[in-house]
Design a protein around this ligand. Structure first.
Ligand SMILES: [Zn+2]
Ligand SMILES: [Zn+2]
Length: 170
């Protein structure tokens, strides 16, 4: 047996390395664009250039209410979300060319939110590979990808490289 990493692991490792650049204390997300076996771009979630980030100015929190099934009953759950950052997937789209994206794959540490999924669905990419699940709007996101014919798969058995921060504040 060789210790050589398979391509999925290799590119997800790079997405996690990119996520370590994030300054948002609530969630570090990394994303990479891959065409064939070629890396075309890396991105992470962060404030726009020249604007104070979450470590300097604190997270910009909004409160949201979500309906959640708890033991078969619907419950309203209050959640906080940081809206200071441009999401990793959106930064990836901002920093890559449409031409490069046609037929490409995005590896992203976290399952995309609805807004990112919507943008990715219209970006030319044909496959999204993620690691950590993000339950909010998950059904809608999966439905969208199915209707656009985009492969949407989770690397459930994947383990991030040692030393990479993986806690998420929900
Ligand atoms: Zn933040
Ligand atoms: Zn997003």
């Amino acid at each position: 047996m060789s210790n050589r990493k398979d391509w999925d692991t290799y590119f997800m490792d790079i997405a996690y390395m990119a996520s370590t650049r994030s300054q948002c204390s609530r969630r570090h997300v990394g994303a990479v664009l891959v065409q064939g076996k070629k890396l075309l771009g890396t991105a992470y979630n962060g404030a726009p250039m020249g604007v104070p980030d979450c470590t300097e100015a604190g997270c910009m929190l909004v409160e949201e209410y979500e309906l959640k099934m708890v033991e078969g009953k619907e419950e309203v759950v209050r959640k906080q979300r940081c809206i200071r950052t441009i999401h990793a997937e959106q930064n990836l789209l901002l920093f890559t060319d449409r031409e490069d994206r046609e037929g490409s794959t995005v590896y992203v540490t976290d399952q995309p939110c609805w807004t990112c999924a919507n943008m990715l669905a219209n970006s030319g990419i044909v496959e999204i590979v993620f690691h950590r699940a993000y339950p909010k709007d998950s059904d809608k996101v999966i439905g969208l990808m199915a209707s656009r014919g985009i492969i949407f798969r989770q690397m459930a058995a994947y383990e991030p490289p040692p030393g990479v921060l993986t806690e998420v504040v929900n």
